[in-house]
Design a binder for this molecule. Structure first.
Ligand code: TRP
Length: 478
């Protein structure tokens, strides 16, 4: 290692002497868990998960997804939190610090860099969808869908997304709120958002569940979700399920790593991971049950792709008792979930640039916010002006940002994280940092992080390339 680097690192280390991050710390272990749950529970659970179930044949998708959560999600999330908490800095610098202390190449910081850019890429389309959600909160409460039929709802949807200005306005509003909170810092911003949103999120989930379960479609919903009929499985289902496991847990990008840097030393990583993973999965299941119960109560067809939330759900709410009220509350629930996820997407970039330029967080947040906002315009236009413009494989810009990050960036970074922690950081340190004193737990964990997770991720990765890139390029064989 060059002497210059050592110098730089010593400087970095001195900012950490008290085992605190310069960006602030969660006020308790509970706040770390709530923040991480807030990041994990988002549009992935409520927008993507149900429609992927619909597209991928329900139960078979669900079963594979559960396997991925357990075998990949669990170890990779623990590894991310551990790196963050050991480093106490942005993902780039935490990885650098750990690599240096393990006498490894500083190129490992690559995974931190992907977090900087990956977060911006994801937020750029995520905030557009969140903007749609904001408009639909308002639309549902206003009673606009009362008595509407599928054609009305579809027309209203098309008119909305077909107009770039309205989508742009809602997207901009969502970005502004997000950046406002993020700029205020870990305690006054992120923690405040979490304090406000998380209790409401849980209350609304319970309200929606009770409402959904009383509408009469529950048994069909259960059958749809838990009927493990593998004949319905498409052969790319594993790919979709694994990519989604990364996305829904917010792993593979450093978001949870950044949050881990603010986690107090007391409190174990493994129980935190357990809680986060279980709650994220439960919310997906419960929100899915609520949504499908409502959809099946009216015998609507769930397999409508991306628009389940914007076409099918409004028809259902519009024709059920008190549907405007509960529909509005449902979209409010989705909005809170999206917001507490969005604030985590910029944290790796913001923390890094604050450290790098030793500058004010507000300035950095504004710059990152504007960059994301500019990039997001491409996704805003994907449903209208640029709707016909596809990059390749029929992907609009929005599809591209979504699939590129979910199928490519997250798994690759997840792979690198598991290899780094599994093979390159001294195992004594990992074991101590994760407090895995029980031999059985340690063996399970190390086998997962060394072998199971990397191999599973590699499988996803090659499958994805095959399904998404090579297959469509082959001449049509039918
Ligand atoms: N997990 C969130 C969801 O399910 C999205 C999200 C937030 C995310 N932070 C992330 C996805 C970091 C990948 C990486 O909606």
């Amino acid at each position: 290692m060059a002497p210059g680097e050592l110098k730089l690192s010593e400087n970095n280390v001195t900012t950490n002497v008290n085992d605190r991050s310069q960006h602030g710390m969660w006020s308790s272990r509970l706040f770390f868990v709530l923040a991480a749950v807030g990041s994990a529970v988002g549009l992935g659970n409520i927008w993507k998960f149900p429609y992927m179930m619909g597209e991928q044949g329900g139960g078979a998708f669900f079963l594979i997804y559960l396997f991925c959560i357990a075998l990949i999600g669990f170890p990779v999330m623990a590894a991310e939190i551990m790196i963050g908490r050991e480093g106490r800095m942005s993902p780039v610098n935490s990885v650098l610090k750990l690599a240096r202390e393990s006498n490894r190449s500083k190129n490992w910081a690559f995974m931190g860099w992907t977090g900087v850019f990956g977060g911006i890429l994801i937020l750029s389309f995520y905030a557009v969808v969140a903007g749609w959600i904001m408009f639909y909160i308002w639309r549902l409460f206003s009673g606009e869908f009362n008595g509407a039929d599928a054609a009305d709802v579809e027309f209203k949807w098309k008119t909305f997304v077909g107009n770039p200005w309205s989508v742009f306005a809602w997207f901009t509003a969502f970005m502004a709120v997000t950046i406002f909170f993020v700029a205020r810092g870990v305690n006054k911003g992120l923690e405040l958002a979490i304090r406000i949103c998380m209790p409401l999120l849980f209350v609304l989930l319970i309200v929606m569940l009770v409402y959904g379960l009383t509408q009469g479609g529950l048994m069909d919903a259960v059958r749809f979700m838990f009927d493990f009929d593998f004949s319905k499985m498409k052969w790319d289902t594993p790919v979709a399920a694994m990519g989604h496991a990364f996305f829904t847990l917010s792993i593979g990008m450093g978001a949870i790593m950044a949050y881990g840097a603010y986690m107090p030393r007391e409190g174990s990583v493994k129980s935190a991971v357990g809680i986060i993973v279980v709650i994220d999965t439960l919310v997906a299941i419960l929100a899915g049950l609520a949504l499908f119960s409502i959809v099946f109560a009216l015998k609507l067809d769930p397999a409508v792709g991306t628009s389940l939330l914007f076409k099918t759900a409004p028809v259902a709410f519009g024709n059920l008792p008190l549907g405007a009220l509960f529909g509005g509350l449902f979209f409010l629930f989705v909005g809170f979930a999206a917001f507490t996820s969005a604030i985590s997407l910029t944290e790796p970039a913001i923390a890094y640039f604050v450290e790098r330029f030793n500058t004010n967080r507000v300035v950095v947040a504004l710059v990152i916010g504007v960059a994301t906002w500019l990039l997001g315009i491409l996704s805003v236009l994907s449903s209208n002006v640029l709707g016909e413009f596809t990059l390749f494989l029929n992907w609009t810009f929005m599809d591209f940002f979504d699939k590129f990050t979910t199928y490519l960036v997250l798994p690759i970074v997840g792979l690198v994280i598991s290899i780094f922690v599994g093979w390159f950081v001294p195992w004594e340190r990992v074991r101590k940092a994760l407090d895995l004193s029980s031999t059985v737990a340690w063996i399970v964990w190390i086998v997962c992080i060394r072998f199971v997770a990397p191999l599973a991720i590699l499988t996803v990765f090659f499958f994805t390339i095959y399904v998404e890139v090579i297959l469509p390029l082959l001449p049509n064989q039918q």
